[in-house]
Design a protein around this ligand. Structure first.
Ligand code: ZN
Length: 270
């Protein structure tokens, strides 16, 4: 029987320009919930309120409450998993040029990857809409925190609650401008420079490994397709089938955290 892990590893070894494309699936294995599907974040938090730029600019309280209650505690808890670590190891060993990711959680960098293109931005950087001053996630969180509790005198429960509410959003300490996360919201275009860089990498690579992505969100999912059209080999590791399975050279329907360390090991052995 053909050993698909060995075959992928030997193709990677022979390749001159390996690019990896990752989606939500790789982060799910770290305990970050998916966005779509019954258990997905968007089934609990309406993306029109929590992740839409038009709504955010009108009233960012949904986003910042979500950041404080859900996003920040989750990101403080999660760690890169074996798949993230395997990709960082591939880069260190000189086998991997770039990771292009749809994820906004920064786990590739935390695992040690240095060449990462974040198509949808990052939730770990917060910046001022007025002067562009950047803040870390911790800084933004502490701004929210220090505005609690409401101060002074006696108030009704309703009054106290409304004080808490009005102290969102966090404000820039330089200019008092409103802050926003460096993520691409619904209703916004992907950053054209970032997108161009991703497409260039897709055109340059001779091996494209797609990991943990259902490959249905455009234009991100066009990256593996372009790579394949330009003559690169395409391998897909995803628990579910994808629309690009039919054009891929290798399809492995399994967890990235199980498969990628085996590929790395096979590279070492071979
Ligand atoms: Zn500012």
């Amino acid at each position: 029987m053909r050993d698909i892990i060995k075959d992928v590893a030997s193709d990677i070894k022979a390749s001159k320009y390996l690019v990896v494309f990752t989606g939500a699936g790789i982060s799910v294995e770290s305990g970050i919930p998916a966005y779509r599907g019954e258990e997905g974040l968007w089934s609990k938090f309406d993306p029109n309120l929590y992740a839409n730029i038009t709504y955010f600019l009108q009233d960012s309280s949904y986003y910042w409450n979500f950041f404080r209650e859900v996003r920040y505690p989750m990101l403080k808890k999660v760690k890169p998993n074996k798949a993230h670590l395997a990709l960082a190891e591939l880069e260190t060993a000189g086998n991997l040029k770039t990771v292009i990711t749809q994820n906004i959680d920064g786990l590739h960098q935390e695992a040690g990857s240095s060449s990462v293109v974040e198509l949808h931005g990052t939730t770990r950087v917060i910046y001022c809409l007025n002067c562009s001053q950047e803040y870390s996630m911790d800084e933004a969180f502490s701004m929210l925190e220090t505005q609690i509790p409401p101060l002074c005198s006696e108030y009704s429960m309703d009054e106290a609650f409304s004080m808490l509410e009005t102290q969102i959003p966090p404000l820039c300490s330089e200019c008092n401008g409103k802050l926003r996360p460096a993520v691409v919201f619904f209703g916004e275009s992907l950053n054209p420079q970032v997108l161009r860089l991703a497409f260039e990498e897709a055109e340059n690579c001779d091996f494209l490994l797609a990991v943990g992505s259902s490959l249905v969100v455009h234009p991100a999912a066009d990256i593996p397709r372009i790579a394949k059209q330009r003559g690169a080999a395409l391998a897909i590791i995803n628990k579910q089938k994808t629309p690009l399975d039919t054009i891929a050279d290798y399809v492995i329907n399994d967890e990235a955290g199980k498969i990628l360390p085996r590929i790395v090991q096979s590279l070492k052995d071979g």
